[in-house]
Design a protein around this ligand. Sequence first.
Ligand code: MTE
Ligand code: MO
Length: 441
Amino acid sequence: MEKNNSEIGIHEAYCKDPVQADKDIIGREVDPVTRRGFFKKTSLMAMAALVGSNIPFADKMPGGLIPAALADDSAPFSIPGKDGLIYLNDRPVNAEAPPHLLNDEFTPAKHFFIRNNGAPPQQESIDLSSWTLEITGESCEKPMKFTLEELKKKFKHYTYALQLECGGNGRSEYNPPAKGNQWTTGAIGCGRWTGVRLKDVLKYCGVKKDAVYIGYYGADTHLSGDPTKTTISRGAPISKAMEKESLIAWAYEGEDIPHYNGYPLRLVMGGWPASVSGKWLNKIVIRNKVHDGKKMTGQSYRVPCNPVAPGTKVANEDMCVIESMPVKSLITYPKSGVTHKLSKKFKFNGKAWAGDRKVKSMEVSIDFGATWIKAKKLKKPVNRLAWQSWEASVKFPKEGYYEVWAKATDSSGISQPTILPGWNPRGYLNNACHRIAVQVV
Ligand SMILES: Nc1nc2c(c(=O)[nH]1)N[C@H]1C(S)=C(S)[C@@H](COP(=O)(O)O)O[C@H]1N2
Ligand SMILES: [Mo]
């Protein structure tokens, strides 16, 4: 797995692939641990670092004994309330859903992906009665602070199903590879968010005529622990902020937003890279220029304004901010690798979405894209910016190995690329067709 060293946490260093671990989180040399024990008697300091505290009777420990704290290799790192996610990283936490866990019309909270840039605020430190949201910025007429209670009392509540997809979803397919989380297909989810309209709150505080953008700040902290450093502060043009579906939300699927997804308050702007949907939200700025917060500038969440050849270095000024996400789909049932009887119709289904647009049609192929068959059902979105469910069935001509591919087309006639879209330096926006393997017997 390719990854940025600074993102490797203690769990990854010791639990996932213990034999290769030779440095602890702050880079000290430690002896590798195997299932059976330490290769050789490890230094006291290194062992203490491994178990997380001093070992008073370390001199009595038989050489090669695995401290019980580490011996439980049946329990991989996971977050309570997040079932079945695949962890790419634990520091910061990044976890995606395998396609078959995205089969529900609305993604259950437990299957909603996690993309953290820093460390979430400690759950115990979040006090609902003192949490505030500040609205300010040079283009805000009356800067104000709201408690959660005030927000809930002053403004009308709305619920929309909104799909959020990380701009880097699918990154792992690009070549040359791009640095960053090697997302496959699961940094996407769609469910019902409840909150107040961002535009109602912004208007209440007064939006000056020269306003062009909003930016957010959240309560998460930089991994270095440096309180002066921001992890991420992105935003969107005023036009997107003013859409009726742009929410300041406190609930997901009728419950508090899960801690890792931004509890107690987050922005939700469906259809755009999920990086604009600020978590642990405590401040919004109304800007008179394109917001220049962390990860708005340089190469982050930007793609070349004009297409480039794979591997090209692109200057910052030739990179454009990603806005609406492109059309995309997933086969969420059945799982890749199924065996199917030749005599039977193969029924399968999935989800499709298209950023700010709608999905107009859905096609499938069993011959590597040589011919396409229309999906028999494509549901309307429950509201704008929600993904759409689809169903299809095919008959295989003979026994053997097949790949079933799915391709969505959006309301302006744009379809998913079958193999890969154009390469970009940071590996964003991979909306290639999803495919599953089927053995027909
Ligand atoms: N405060 C804050 N907001 C954030 C982030 C973050 O690290 N901190 N990550 C962003 C990115 S890059 C993505 S893809 C989404 C992920 O939302 P999720 O973790 O709820 O799936 O949150 C966005 N909002
Ligand atoms: Mo993201």
